[in-house]
Design a binder for this molecule. Structure first.
Ligand SMILES: Cc1cc2nc3c(=O)[nH]c(=O)nc-3n(C[C@H](O)[C@H](O)[C@H](O)COP(=O)(O)O)c2cc1C
Length: 207
């Protein structure tokens, strides 16, 4: 049974779903569905909210203040995120709010990248087809988060999205939901989180 005590002890999770063509999405839309009804999880579909890229900066900053874990969920496009996430970062993470001497509002919050790639996992190695690992390619996001005195969590990544079958889509959605619940309920230790490259790996551990 859910008591006031369990609610108090939870992290509030803010999921930014950043997909320019959600009607064509197989994977990200299934993943989103698996978390959107969870308690203490707020979902913001950025392309629905801001199709013209006119972001409500104050509202976004208010939402950031009200949550503890921020999720950037998006398909991997040209080794990065779709452009509305970059616009959101440029506008919302303002000097004096998110960074700079006086910009301490986000300090201590956690950020999780959740992304899906057409390329397979072995393509994302230094000796693979894409020449770089995912962690190297995601470095600008990680350093943005560091600059805002937040913690960048190991990302949740699903590779091989173009050929993925229904069974694996269901598994990705279930794993994603488990990760969000574990982060919401503060089950991972900082030590576990620091040691892993992809947060997906933590699901194999006895928790
Ligand atoms: C504009 C565009 C750029 C893409 N760039 C990459 C890329 O750099 N690396 C990669 O592995 N897949 C790339 N893809 C494939 C997407 O990552 C893939 O379509 C997505 O993960 C599928 O998720 P969905 O079913 O939720 O749409 C790209 C796709 C598009 C449309």
């Amino acid at each position: 049974m859910e008591t006031d005590k369990t609610k108090e002890n939870r992290n509030r999770v803010l999921v930014y779903f950043v997909h320019p063509t959600p009607h064509k999405s197989r994977l990200n839309s299934a993943m989103l569905q698996s978390v959107e009804e969870l308690k203490d999880v707020t979902v913001r579909k950025l392309y629905d909210l801001y199709p013209d890229f006119h972001i409500d900066i104050k509202l976004e900053q208010q939402l950031l203040m009200e949550h503890h874990v921020i999720v950037w969920q998006h398909p991997f496009y040209w080794y990065s995120a779709p452009p509305l996430l970059k616009e959101w970062i440029d506008l919302v993470l303002e000097h004096g709010f998110a960074f700079g001497h006086e910009g301490n509002v986000l300090k201590g919050k956690k950020v999780l990248t959740v992304t899906t790639t057409g390329g397979r996992q072995d393509a994302y190695r230094e000796d693979g087809r894409n020449n770089f690992t995912m962690r190297q390619l995601l470095a600008p996001f990680e350093q943005t988060v560091n600059q805002c005195k937040m913690t960048y969590l190991p990302p949740f990544i699903v590779h091989g999205s173009l050929l993925i079958d229904e069974e694996h889509i269901r598994k990705a959605a279930t794993d994603y939901r488990k990760i969000i619940v574990l982060l919401r309920d503060k089950i991972f230790s900082n030590n576990e989180l620091q040691k892993t490259t992809y947060i997906n790996n933590l699901l194999d551990l006895p928790i």
